[in-house]
Design a protein around this ligand. Structure first.
Ligand code: HEC
Ligand code: HEC
Length: 214
């Protein structure tokens, strides 16, 4: 039996989705050209000119939904005396000097870039990754990733991020950060509850499988 996500969580997800539509409309008026000039001066060193980052520790941003990117940029900032919901020393430094408008422009620029395809590496691991991605793990109550990120990893705009073609090292690091609770910016604990019962090997398998999705 395929594990089902509880109706309450789906309802919460739907309301988040509705809120993020309003968010995305704001982003539609964003100026991608202004975003590009910030990328060329600041972000290029780690994320590449078009968001296809050359190093596996730095996420690919090309093709990511603007609403999701905008939310992450905000989450890297410590606000109102509270620590950042997504603590990261490097990105905290990067967002410190960005205005809300800069963030919208950057998010629009990255959404318009084309992600480069990538290939999975270990055929055995990929089989395990595919099985969890599509079907979850029923006996441990792990939900299928397909439910929220789509069968091809394209995500669902704007709150459920695109995963396809992401560097495996980055994906694995994020899954572990959700599992330990270090990253806690997932609405309704969606990712923390999915990852809490995954082993390191299952995380490696998912990350490898996802890198080959396109
Ligand atoms: C010195 C390297 C470096 C620079 C420069 C840099 N980043 Fe990052 N960025 C990172 C790393 C490393 C992460 C992963 C953080 C983590 O592990 O949570 C990241 C994560 C992100 C994410 C989250 C992506 C996701 O899929 O959740 C966004 C968005 C982002 N960076 C945007 C930017 C923007 C915009 C700039 C320029 C203003 C920038 N970064 C400059 C290293 C960098
Ligand atoms: C109930 C919905 C749901 C399910 C099921 C789900 N996810 Fe997610 N996932 C999310 C949401 C929402 C986010 C964005 C959190 C945020 O706003 O930062 C996310 C974020 C992520 C990220 C971070 C992306 C980035 O660029 O940093 C990864 C990786 C990920 N999910 C992988 C998975 C995998 C692998 C599975 C299956 C084992 C899975 N997800 C199942 C909702 C879900």
């Amino acid at each position: 039996m395929t594990p089902r996500w509880p109706a309450t969580v789906i309802a919460v997800a739907a309301s988040i989705l509705a809120a993020s539509l309003a968010f995305a409309q704001g982003a539609a008026k964003a100026d991608a050209a202004k975003g590009q000039s910030i990328v060329a001066q600041v972000c290029v060193a780690c994320h590449g000119n078009d968001g296809n980052s050359p190093l596996a520790a730095n996420p690919v941003l090309a093709g990511q939904y603007a609403g999701y990117t905008l939310k992450q940029l905000g989450n890297f900032k410590a606000q109102d005396g509270k620590p950042a919901e997504r603590p990261n020393a490097i990105m905290a430094g990067m967002v410190a000097s960005l205005s809300a408008e800069d963030m919208r422009n950057l998010a629009a620029y990255f959404e318009a870039q084309k992600p480069a395809p990538r290939a999975a590496r270990d055929p055995q691991l990929v089989k395990l990754g595919q099985s969890i991605y599509r079907g979850g793990i029923a006996e441990r109550g792990v939900a299928a990733c397909t439910a929220c990120h789509g069968p091809t990893g394209a995500g669902i705009p704007a709150q459920f991020p695109r995963l396809a073609g992401q560097h495996a090292e980055y994906t694995a690091a994020q899954l572990k950060a959700f599992r330990s609770g270090e990253r806690r910016n997932d609405p309704a604990r969606m990712m923390r509850s999915v990852t809490e019962r995954l082993t390191d090997r299952e995380i490696a398998a998912l990350a490898d499988y996802i890198s080959g999705l396109r």
